[in-house]
Design a protein around this ligand. Structure first.
Ligand SMILES: [Zn+2]
Ligand SMILES: [Zn+2]
Length: 166
């Protein structure tokens, strides 16, 4: 058997292998386009962005998918939603940290009195007029040590009760 005859016998097999390989690549390419479509729809609701990403995968087989993976939005929409929910909970948690010791109702950190039960929450510094913690002996803003008689008669340090100005 000479070489030419061997080759003639092998050509149909080679053709078959080539076709199988081509079909395999086409299926892979189609799958990559489908994956890109699913991936971008989970990450963005913008139609333009979706069309761009799918076009990348469609017209630049395989390398386009890689490009998409590099350029795609970092978070999926579900992740983004979850994160905003978490942030919202965290914010609410922080807000609810300020509750009135008298009636347990939420207050604002800037409040001087509880609007519901009138418990003293903070006092005004005699030096700079800013709201400061009742337990602070010295104002951290201006260094006033509270020795001003006006302040001591206004809010008693020990009980936190407001007393009439004498
Ligand atoms: Zn209260
Ligand atoms: Zn002050």
């Amino acid at each position: 058997m000479d070489f030419g005859a061997i080759l003639t016998n092998f050509i149909p097999i080679l053709t078959l292998v080539a076709w199988a390989l081509a079909a395999y690549l086409v299926v892979l390419w189609a799958a990559s386009v489908l994956w890109t479509y699913r991936d971008i729809s989970s990450r963005s609701g913008e139609v333009l962005l979706q069309v761009l990403s799918v076009s990348l995968a469609l017209f630049i087989p395989f390398a386009g998918v890689l490009l998409h993976a590099i350029l795609r939005p970092r978070e999926t929409q579900a992740e983004r939603y979850e994160r905003t929910l978490e942030e919202e909970y965290l914010r609410r948690d922080l807000e609810e940290k300020y509750v009135c010791p008298g009636c347990q109702r939420p207050t604002d950190p800037e409040f001087i009195l509880c609007p519901h039960c009138h418990t003293a929450l903070r006092r005004r510094c005699g030096g700079c007029d800013r709201a400061i913690d009742l337990t602070w002996v010295v104002c951290p803003y201006c260094g006033d040590d509270g020795s001003s008689p006006l302040i001591q008669s206004y809010v008693r340090r020990d009980t936190g009760q407001i007393e009439a100005y004498e």
